[in-house]
Design a protein around this ligand. Structure first.
Ligand code: 2BA
Length: 127
C-alpha cells in the first residue's frame, strides 16, 4: 500500500481521540537549525516558519511537527535539549516633548528555551 493510500483515511483512534498531535514550538533563530536537524535525524517531519516575537520584535522560528501520540514525548525532549535560554535586552521608549520618542533604560529578559503548544489533530492526511 502506498503512503498516500494508507493515509487517505482520517487517522482517528477507536475511541475517537486524535492519534496525531501537532507541536507548535516557538524557538530562537539560533536554535531552529539544531532542533530541526535533531528531529529529522530521528525520523520526525518538521516545518520551519520564520516568525517575529511580539514583544522584542526580533526574528524567531515557529516549528511545526506532526507526531503520532506515542512519539510526542520524544519530540518534546529533542526540542528541549536543543534550545537554550538566552538574555536579551529590550529598550522601551517614552514619547518625547518634540519629535522622536526617546529611549529609556534597557530591560533584561530571559528568552527561551522554547514556547510549546501541543494541539490535537482532528485529522491528518497526506494526499
Ligand atoms: P517575544 O514576544 O519577542 O518575547 C521575548 C521574551 O520577552 C519572552 O521570552 C519573555 O521573556 C519576554 N516577554 C514577552 N512578553 C513580555 C511582557 N509582556 N512583559 C515582559 N516580558 C515579556 P519567551 O517567554 O521565552 O518567549 C519567546 C517567544 O515565544 C516570544 O517572543 C513569542 O514570539 C513567543 N511566545 C511566548 N509566549 C507566547 C504565547 N503565549 N503565545 C504566542 N507566542 C508566544
Amino acid at each position: 500500500m502506498t503512503a498516500g493510500a494508507e493515509s487517505a483515511r482520517p487517522e482517528t483512534g477507536a475511541t475517537g481521540g486524535a492519534t496525531h498531535q501537532m507541536i507548535l514550538a516557538i524557538v530562537q533563530d539560533e536554535d531552529a537549525g539544531p532542533v530541526i536537524e535533531a528531529l529529522t535525524g530521528e525520523g520526525f517531519r518538521a516545518t520551519r516558519i520564520n516568525t517575529v516575537g511580539g514583544f522584542l520584535r526580533k526574528g524567531n522560528a515557529t516549528i511545526l511537527v506532526g507526531v503520532e501520540r506515542e512519539r510526542l514525548h520524544r519530540a518534546l525532549l529533542i526540542i528541549r535539549d536543543n534550545c537554550e535560554t538566552r538574555t536579551e535586552y529590550f529598550v522601551p521608549t517614552a514619547p518625547g516633548e518634540v519629535g522622536e520618542p526617546y529611549p529609556l533604560d534597557p530591560i533584561q529578559v530571559q528568552v527561551g528555551g522554547a514556547t510549546v503548544f501541543v494541539l490535537d489533530c482532528e485529522r491528518f492526511e497526506r494526499l
